[in-house]
Design a binder for this molecule. Sequence first.
Ligand code: HEC
Ligand code: HEC
Length: 409
Amino acid sequence: MRRLFVPAWADTLSGRARGLHGWRVLLAASGFASCLLAGAAGGADVGRRSAASAHADADHTSTRPTASRAATARSAPLVALGRKLFMDRRLSPNDTMSCGMCHVPEQGFVVNEIATAVGFEGRSLRRNAPTVLDVGMQRSMFHDGRVRTLEEQVWGPLLARDEMANPSREAVLKRIAGLADYRRPWRRAFGDPEVTPPRIEAALAAYERSLDGGLSRFDRWRFLGATDALDARERRGFELFSGAAGCVRCHAIDEREAPFTDHAFHNTGIGARQAATTRYDVPLAPGENTVVDAAWIASQFGANPRDDGRFEFTGRAEDRHRYKTPSLRHVALTAPYMHDGSLATLEAVIDFYARGGGEDPGRDPALAPLDLSPDDRAALAAFLRSLTGERVARLAREARRAASTPEFR
Ligand code: HEC
Ligand code: HEC
């Protein structure tokens, strides 16, 4: 993992705890003023360096310096505005789809019931919605990493015909400007009620960066010396994860923090499995599916739901079926798994890896069949379930409250 620059004042933090929050501290400390300035100038990275951990959480902030707390307080109005936008179904033409409909706060900010997301007027997407928890630490967006920043990412779902289906950016601006309940939060965040694309980007991105899921039991055990935070089985799971099962090679952790991703792209063989599929299970509604033929889908929509992963973006043959290594923080909450949602449970994921991944000549050489007993598999699953952060439930409640515009509860 690339080292983060740690500013001098961060040295006041103690040992390993400092690194744990390296990226969070950095983002928070760089301040809200620069965000506003960049916002006014229309910079694409408005807020990239701003307003990260906008929350005051007594036991959580104990590993952070005062500087970040001050920045946190200043960014609160921007985060609140972003939260309201994220949860607002009026941001789609027929008042149905919000970001929070596919990144459901109570479901780990994904949709647990279906493999791939369902968008505007029930159109189904070809990919599984990833969580936005801890998304501030991601170095690229989407399963194929085709977008670099959260700010750039915002317009994708707002305008995609099968997601929120707005006809244009202007339409989105007009819609928000016409909603009276936005005037006050807008003024609090920016000083005046003018709705501009960079401001929408800045608010949504600041909110997303505030979705810091907090410390997990694993973090407490590994970085804060809480020896009893994990039980024996979970510890055994970690031993396998970081040893014999080789998971850390891609789901990386280091001495100072545990992002559980190398921010790189790998072919696990999941993509090839999917490419060999000629019939698709299409979700109609939560719990209700129908099976259709790939050829029929192509004839109806002119598009092949086939997914080539990062190849689609880079055009490099070796990138076919490579996907971003997802972070495993909060992974117990974010089923189903993989870019196509094809593995329903953590147990299914572990079995998949135990077989050495999927059949694909381009499969990553780091994957090979693993000799894992049923106890080992259970230990790995138990370990993965210890990675849920302590702030997640609270973030979900805050998001749901923000959705309570009277007529759109
Ligand atoms: C119709 C469902 C749907 C809606 C609505 C939706 N998303 Fe997503 N989101 C997805 C899917 C599916 C992906 C993965 C797409 C891909 O990888 O190609 C995704 C990916 C993302 C990512 C990338 C996360 C990562 O780790 O790579 C972010 C950030 C995100 N969405 C934020 C938003 C925001 C903000 C909104 C509202 C403006 C929104 N989404 C609306 C389904 C949705
Ligand atoms: C060669 C790199 C690599 C190794 C080694 C690896 N993974 Fe993964 N892992 C990935 C990639 C890439 C994905 C995403 C695949 C996709 O989206 O299709 C993934 C996905 C996952 C997911 C699903 C997460 C989600 O949100 O969908 C889990 C859980 C997981 N891996 C656990 C493990 C475990 C446990 C091990 C060790 C047995 C392991 N991984 C080894 C690269 C790796």
